[in-house]
Design a protein. Structure first.
Length: 211
């Protein structure tokens, strides 16, 4: 029977940094690839990164000035769709972790400290950081800009790499605290309202107006 440390191994900070970096490099050649299984730790993290990858590049496209308003609207709808799937993916990771801890009989005291953000949220931030690092490194290596641009980009790249290392260590520490009941895990629901026609006033009012 696997120990909790073995079960949570795919969520180790260094492994996630390497995984997200490898996917980012690969997908800039192949395009983003959906995971075959979205219910394993590896599949769940790939799913979050898949959506972040699409979001990153759609956000770039949405700021173009040489396309039509229809093109921008299409970009915004894609962003909306993948942001919802990204949030669902973060929540799925946290639900999975909650189930593993419960099955293992990890029952921290009620007064155990809650972390300011969940493991799923930290994993999402590591995914986004890998994209920032890839693109900032690209800027630092550009040949069509002046030296000042490259120098500024290199300084920012150093800051991002430090943040990535800090965040990876924080995730490892959080999992240790969860296993030892120093902290307790809690799933926080996003309840995004703007995508749900039952809760978005702009949607349900317009539907009533057309009926």
């Amino acid at each position: 029977m696997k120990s909790l440390s073995e079960i949570f191994a795919p969520f180790q900070g260094d492994r996630l940094v390497e995984w997200f970096s490898d996917l980012t490099v690969l997908w800039h050649d192949t395009g983003p690839i959906e995971p075959k299984d979205r219910f394993t730790p590896k599949g769940m993290t790939q799913w979050v990164h898949y959506n972040n990858f699409i979001l990153w590049h759609q956000e770039d496209e949405a700021r173009r000035q040489d396309v039509t308003d229809r093109d921008i609207a299409d970009c915004k709808r894609i962003i909306d769709k993948h942001n919802q799937m990204r949030n669902d993916g973060i929540e799925q990771i946290d639900i999975w972790i909650d189930s593993v801890l419960s099955t293992a009989g990890i029952n921290p005291p009620e007064n155990a400290e809650l972390n300011s953000e969940t493991p799923g949220s930290i994993i999402d931030r590591l995914s986004i950081l890998s994209l920032k690092i890839f693109h900032m490194r690209e800027q630092a290596q550009r040949k069509d800009v002046d030296e000042e641009h490259r120098e500024v980009s290199q300084i920012r790249l150093g800051v991002l790499l430090e943040q990535q290392n800090d965040l990876a260590r924080a995730l490892d520490k959080l999992f240790m605290d969860l296993r030892t009941t120093k902290k307790r895990h809690k799933v926080y629901r996003q309840f995004k309202m703007y995508n749900d026609p039952r809760f978005n006033p702009a949607l349900y009012r317009s539907k009533k107006a057309t009926n």
